[in-house]
Design a protein around this ligand. Structure first.
Ligand code: ACO
Length: 370
């Protein structure tokens, strides 16, 4: 049977909606959140400012920010039943599966249709607490209650490591969380919007998104950049190592992007942040050298492919500098994307149309007439 429908595998190049939330321009290397350059937001503001911007459409006034922070602080605490669930989960369950399960378990009647900013805030505020609770339990440490006097980002680091983080670490991690908070119609955001389009609740939408983020083709962590740099070891070894990797037809982690055909603007901002926070770390010195060599070799081995540094490369440097272990890289990316996902849920619900594409049947037909 012929079906006159064009198949767009991977939906590449297909726009499914208009959005007020972000512009991702891969040719110019532009990333804009609601009229603001993401890299400027990252260097000047906090995660709370950007969550407010994504949910409300504008940056908050000082009074609005104060009230917003107070509400978010109150929403940080986990209910006792959720702690009991976390305590019951098997030790060999990875953090992304733990997050998917714990966020799903939050979904009581208070998350009914339509989704609201209050719901978005309630779940976004709890994700750092869930990660830190599980992290400390797995490490044989008593989980810590959130502190009311610390920002979203500072409190996350405090709950993980049990001491108040330095302002330099907080602003570096804030920059990372802001730069990865939103990124157009990526796979996990699409998942969240599909779920919302059925008029399902916000918790179900975010749970779908976390499941999608977990896959290595999406949440693929900067931990692989860490591993490449560890294997290179010294500046002298950078060129021979990368050359032999390209000769074998392998990829250099932290380079290339489906959308960006120039240096990823997030990489550009994170390079600045990495230099601020880890300026004298020999690892960063090696990273800067590896970037130079990699760009030169990619132009030589893959001419015309426009392969440049992506967000993962300097994300590794920043996350490492603030003390996060590799297993928390993807969960921390998830924590940041909560603001973006929930903003998309609100936008989808406000102008909803069921997302229901088609498929082309290529199997056999039954014998005989219908
Ligand atoms: N190193 C070497 N060669 C590369 C790289 C790389 N990092 N990236 C792409 N290429 C080459 C491919 O081999 C291919 O060459 P060919 O046409 O001669 O076979 C060409 O460039 C085009 O590659 P595609 O796979 O078609 O490009 P795509 O847009 O699908 O890939 C991706 C994007 C997956 C990010 C890719 O660049 C890659 O694998 N990079 C390394 C992994 C990485 O850094 N991932 C994080 C991405 S950022 C994020 O997801 C948040």
């Amino acid at each position: 049977m012929t079906n006159h429908v064009t198949i767009h595998k991977g939906l590449e190049g297909i726009a499914v909606t208009d959005t007020q939330l972000s512009l991702v321009d891969g040719e110019k290397g532009h990333l804009v959140y609601r009229g603001h350059w993401a890299k400027e937001l990252a260097l000047k503001y906090t995660y709370e400012h950007v969550a407010f911007l994504l949910w409300h459409g504008r940056l908050p006034s000082d009074d609005e920010l104060r009230a917003f922070r107070e509400q978010m602080v109150e929403a940080r605490f986990l209910p006792a039943y959720l702690k009991a669930i976390l305590d019951q989960l098997p030790k060999n369950m990875d953090m992304m599966s733990v997050l998917r399960t714990a966020v799903s378990a939050l979904g009581d009647d208070s998350y009914g249709w339509p989704p609201t900013v209050e719901q978005a805030m309630a779940v976004t505020a709890k994700v750092p607490t869930i990660i830190a609770y599980r992290y400390r339990r797995l490490n044989g440490q008593e989980p810590l209650e959130p502190r009311r006097d610390l920002s979203h980002t500072a409190n996350y680091l405090y709950m993980l490591f049990g001491k108040e983080p330095s302002p330099a670490h907080v602003s570096a991690l804030d920059a990372y969380l802001i730069l990865t908070a939103e990124h157009g119609m990526n796979a996990s955001t699409f998942s969240a919007r599909v779920t919302t389009s059925t008029r399902s609740d916000l918790i179900s939408a975010v749970t779908s998104a976390i499941g999608t983020m977990k896959g290595p083709l999406h949440g693929g962590a900067p931990s692989e950049v860490d591993e490449t740099l560890a294997a290179i070891g010294t500046k002298e070894n950078a060129e021979p190592y990368l050359r032999s990797l390209l000769e074998r037809g392998e990829r250099i982690m932290g380079f290339g992007h489906r959308v960006y055909k120039t240096r990823d603007p997030r990489a550009e901002a994170l390079a600045v942040v990495a230099k601020r926070v880890a300026g004298d770390d020999p690892w960063l010195d090696l990273a800067v050298h590896v970037e130079e060599v990699a760009i030169k070799l990619l132009a030589e081995y893959k001419p015309g492919r426009k392969l440049y540094t992506n967000v993962e490369f300097y994300a590794a440097a920043v996350l490492r500098a603030v003390g996060l272990p590799k297993e928390l890289y993807t969960p921390t990316f998830t924590l940041s994307r909560m603001a973006g996902w929930t903003a998309h849920v609100l936008e989808q619900a406000a102008d909803n149309r069921l997302i229901r594409p088609q498929s082309v049947y290529t199997g056999p037909m039954p014998e005989g007439e219908a």
